[in-house]
Ligand binder design. Structure first.
Ligand code: HPA
Ligand code: ZN
Length: 351
């Protein structure tokens, strides 16, 4: 019997433990979005930076978001505590430890240099702290990790070009570039030239699209930026021909259900579009986006989604396999991780 069919014998009650042991990839996480309130307050004190919250509980209370912009306001306020190389190292190190506990075998992590440069923090400081944590990650945590530098789409295009110029001498510290921040009114095509330059430097390119923006944002991310993955992409369901194209071309969509609920992109976890995206044959995988703000890291996101959306063990297998296949790892490394995933599911099915 094909392996996939035997998976249907795994009862839903076994999914949380199967999620816990299965190898998986985190492809949509912003390192600044892993800044837990406790660390934010500790760094505020360490660096003598004032935060508008008395304590971690006060910061948590502010996490009521009506939309993406509401969240971004808090996210950029809290990032002001990150100042030194040590801060960026500590942030990434804490995240990688959590990722290891979730059996993440590969993490491709966004960072937002413009948020730091605007406060007078040097790009070299950010890169040094993050890349040292990442360089030690495989040996320290068993997590292969890499950085994707995000351009803030609500900042001028000229600034994105300057950032790319500034990072090119440190080209080997990143594997690619992304596009994030406020989507409405800042369509991907504005960044076509800067993405073309990134591609000609041999960098991978991905873009947030179709989170709050319309399906045309996704189409333009593909046609003008040549995005290799689409981050979020949930609004593709509003355009049948776009869904067909994404499915046919096997374009990875990195979906973040907890983020979508907290930012009111989806009405609830139970009503999240993920099952419809799976049914449409889209290459979707599940990720955590900004786990310190949206209620959990990857295993919690997967477990909560599986329960609320009544996902089957087959759905879960597809999501985890897609996460591994959508990495920028070499094919042999992907095949090795997928073989381990297969063994986890075969064991859970009693095989
Ligand atoms: N969307 C857009 N920009 C972001 C996000 C997000 O969810 N998180 C951090 N920057
Ligand atoms: Zn994101």
């Amino acid at each position: 019997m094909p392996l996939v069919h035997t998976f249907s014998s795994i009862p839903a009650t076994h999914l949380p433990s199967l999620i816990a042991v299965s190898p998986k990839a985190e492809l949509h996480v912003h390192i600044e979005g892993t800044l837990e309130p406790e660390m934010a307050c500790a760094l505020a004190e360490r660096n003598g930076v004032a935060l508008p919250y008395a304590d971690p509980a006060g910061m948590r209370q502010a996490m009521n978001f009506r939309c993406l912009q509401d969240f971004l306001n808090l996210y950029y306020t809290a990032t002001a505590v990150l100042r030194t190389e040590q801060d960026f190292y500590d942030l990434a190190q804490a995240y990688l430890q959590r990722a290891a506990a979730d059996r993440v075998v590969r993490a491709e992590i966004f960072f937002d240099p413009q948020a730091h440069l605007a406060r007078g923090v040097r790009l070299e400081t950010v890169l040094a702290g993050l890349s040292q944590a990442i360089a030690r990650s495989e040996t320290d945590h068993g997590v292969s990790a890499a950085l994707l530098m995000s351009f803030l789409r609500d900042r001028p295009v000229a600034e994105a070009h300057e950032l790319l110029d500034a990072v090119l001498p440190f080209r080997e510290t990143i594997i690619g570039v992304g596009l994030d921040s406020a989507e409405a009114g800042h369509p991907p095509e504005l960044f076509a030239d800067v993405f073309a330059r990134a591609r000609s430097a041999g960098l991978h390119v991905v873009a947030h699209a179709g989170e709050e923006g319309p399906p045309s944002s996704i189409t333009n991310a593909l046609d003008t930026l040549y995005a290799e993955r689409v981050d979020h992409g949930v609004r593709c369901l509003e355009d049948v021909s776009l869904v067909q194209r994404l499915a046919r071309q096997r374009i990875p969509l990195t979906v973040c259900p907890l983020s979508n609920v907290r930012l009111q992109v989806a009405p609830s976890l139970a009503a999240h579009p993920l099952p419809r995206m799976l049914a449409a044959g889209l290459k979707v995988s599940v990720h955590s986006d900004d786990p310190a703000y949206f209620g959990g890291y990857l295993n919690h996101t997967l477990t909560a989604s599986a329960e609320a959306m009544s996902l089957t063990s087959h759905d879960l297998y597809v999501l985890l396999r897609n996460s591994l296949e959508s990495t920028f790892l070499e094919p042999a490394a992907i095949a090795s991780h997928v073989a381990k995933l297969d063994r986890c599911f075969a064991e859970a099915a009693g095989g």
